[in-house]
Write a protein that binds this ligand. Sequence first.
Ligand SMILES: NC(=O)c1ccc[n+]([C@@H]2O[C@H](COP(=O)([O-])OP(=O)(O)OC[C@H]3O[C@@H](n4cnc5c(N)ncnc54)[C@H](OP(=O)(O)O)[C@@H]3O)[C@@H](O)[C@H]2O)c1
Length: 307
Amino acid sequence: MERVFVAGGTGFVGRALLRALLERGYEVRALVRSRRRIAVLPEGVKPVLGDPLRPGSWQEEAAACRIGFNLVGATIFRRWNESYKQLIRDSRVLSTRMLGEALAGGEGRVLVNASAVGYYGETGEEEITEECPPGKDFLARVCVDWEREALEFQKKGLRVAVARFGIILGVEGGALLKMLPVFRLGLGGAIGSGRQWFPWVHLADAVSGLIFLAEKSEAEGPFNLVAPGIVRQKEFARELGRVLKRPAFLPTPVWGLRLIFGEVAQVLASGCRAVPRKLLALGFRFAFPYLRQALEDLLRKKHGGRL
Ligand SMILES: NC(=O)c1ccc[n+]([C@@H]2O[C@H](COP(=O)([O-])OP(=O)(O)OC[C@H]3O[C@@H](n4cnc5c(N)ncnc54)[C@H](OP(=O)(O)O)[C@@H]3O)[C@@H](O)[C@H]2O)c1
C-alpha cells in the first residue's frame, strides 16, 4: 500500500481528502496539532502529533511517505490585525517549508500544496488562466510567497503541484455552511453589485483534483482548481435561493460586510473569472461542473436525500 502524509488533514478540506485517500486504498498518516484533534480523523488514518510550523519528529513520519499534501492555513474568515496577518502568512509558508524539507531527498517524491485563486487579486472581466500574473493585495502576496516556497522544492527533486482553489462548497464547513442560515431565512442575495465572478468548486472535485495532481506524473506547477461552470455572485445567490426554495433578492452592502468581517469583506466583494485550463488539458473530469447540480447534491446530503 502506498503511504501518503497529510498536513492540515483536520480541516474542512483535509477531512474529506483523508476519507477519499482511504477509499482509494492509500495508507494515510495525518499530522495533528493536539491529542484533542485526533478525534476528528476518520477511522483508519494514523495520527502523527506535531506542529506543522516547526521542525520535529513528525517530519520522519512524513519522510517515510512518497506523497505529501499540505492544507494548513489559519482561517482568513475573522478580523485581521497585523499579528493575525502574520499568522495567515506564516501558517501557510512555514508548513510548506517543513513538509517540503521532510519529503525532499527521496526518489519520485511529490508535494501537493494548497493555494487560492486569491493569487490573482481583483481581475474584473478578464479570463484567468494559470499564466496570468499575481495581484498586489495582501492575500495575493501571501499566495505568491506560499507558492514560491512550495515550488522551490522542485530544485530539490520534488514534483510540486499547487492547487489554486476557488471557494470550496461543502456542507461540513467552509463558506457555504456560513451562508446557509442567512439564505434559509430568505435574507441572502447579491454582495455589492453581485456582478463579480464567483469561482466555486464542489468539495468532491476539490478533493479528487488534489488526488489527481498527486497521481498524474505530468502535473507540475500551479493549477486553478475551480469548476468550469463559473457564475457571477448574484447568479450564485439566485441558484442557492432556488435550491433552498427561498427568496434571495436582498443585497448585502459591502460596508455591512466590512463591519462584520473587516478587510476580508473585500474577498467576498471582488471576484476572479478563473478557469481550470491546465486541469482540463491534463484530462481531469469534474463530477460537478455546473452549480445547480453541485448545490442540489450538497443540500441533498445535508438533508439525508431530501432537498
Ligand atoms: N475552504 C476554501 O474555500 C478554500 C479556498 C481557497 C483556499 N483554501 C486553502 O485550503 C487550505 C485548507 O482549507 P480548509 O477550508 O480545509 O481550512 P480549515 O478548515 O480552516 O483547516 C485548516 C487546517 O490548518 C490547520 N491550522 C490552522 N491554523 C493553524 C496554525 N496556526 N498552525 C498550524 N496549523 C493550523 C488546522 O488545524 P486544526 O484543526 O488543529 O485547527 C487545519 O488542519 C487552507 O490553506 C486554505 O487557505 C481553502
